[in-house]
Write a protein that binds this ligand. Structure first.
Ligand SMILES: [Zn+2]
Length: 267
């Protein structure tokens, strides 16, 4: 059977002598695996096409019994890693890394394809700091997954938040945080962060991040990015956001997520 779809190559691996196996996020079929036969031969018409983060028009076929598609034809629409600096390259990989750890159906795949495609395109044109674009990507991703993360206080809705906690599944302002800690028996540990002394202490997903002042200020304005001073995008902010993204995923899906692409990311 023949299939026509757009797709973004996420990862390419050598396969047998001269072929490649590609993981791809497609518009019509969700996450798919494609075999490109003979694509590593010098004479292959696929030379240079199947590179990570190329957006392609794909013509595929698949036998009814197989999960894997064969590549008949491909045409490039856009190469999203062309003309981006190393740091932006890492942010593109980070978005795909998160998407590849999420289970979704073929039908749901379309939304995630559009999300990744528009995010990559936006990173090329945006006047905003690329890490802010990444943060907006993850907030949109959380919404699509049905685990929205409200950036104001989850208890009183005040826009200035001081903590992120998985016990509340969200942010808390200073005032609501103090009330929560006095009620539920949180305790301050020597590093200054807070953990609940309780039976579920082993639960990796349960913890609290005290937010840097930059994080507080950026979250207050994240939906009107013109109001954000680029100077606020600092290492403490980036560390806070990386932690919050992973904690929110871990506690929502009860498995450990990775964000290895951002290990070397810095401002
Ligand atoms: Zn509050």
């Amino acid at each position: 059977m023949k299939f026509i779809t757009r797709g973004i190559i996420i990862k390419r691996m050598p396969y047998r002598e001269s072929s490649a196996l590609c993981h791809c996020l497609s518009e019509n079929h969700g996450k798919i695996t494609i075999i490109a036969s003979g694509c590593n031969k010098e004479t292959s018409r696929f030379t240079g096409l199947l590179e990570p983060f190329n957006l392609l028009n794909l013509e595929l076929n698949r036998s009814p019994k197989s999960e894997i598609f064969n590549l008949n034809n491909a045409g490039i629409v856009r190469g999203y890693l062309n003309n981006v600096n190393y740091q932006t390259n890492l942010l593109i990989h980070a978005a795909a890394e998160l998407l590849m750890q999420i289970d979704f159906t073929e039908e749901e795949g379309e939304e995630f394809f559009y999300l990744l495609d528009s995010y990559c395109a936006y990173l090329h044109n945006s006047k905003y700091h690329p890490f802010l674009v990444f943060l907006r990507f993850t907030l949109r991703l959380f919404s699509l997954l049905g685990i929205p993360l409200n950036t104001s206080c989850s208890s009183c809705n005040k826009p200035e938040v001081s903590y992120f906690t998985t016990y509340n599944n969200g942010f808390l302002c200073l005032n609501c945080y103090s009330q929560t800690t006095s009620k539920t028996g949180f305790t301050e540990n020597c590093s200054g962060s807070y953990q609940r002394v309780a039976e579920d202490r082993e639960d990796y997903s349960g913890s609290t991040v005290p937010l840097s002042s930059e994080t507080t200020e950026i979250l207050r304005n994240i939906y009107r990015m013109d109001g954000i001073d680029r100077q606020l995008v600092t290492s403490p902010f980036i560390d806070d956001i990386k932690k919050i993204i992973l904690m929110h995923f871990n506690s929502s899906f009860h498995k450990l997520f990775n964000l290895k692409s951002l290990k070397d990311y810095h401002v």
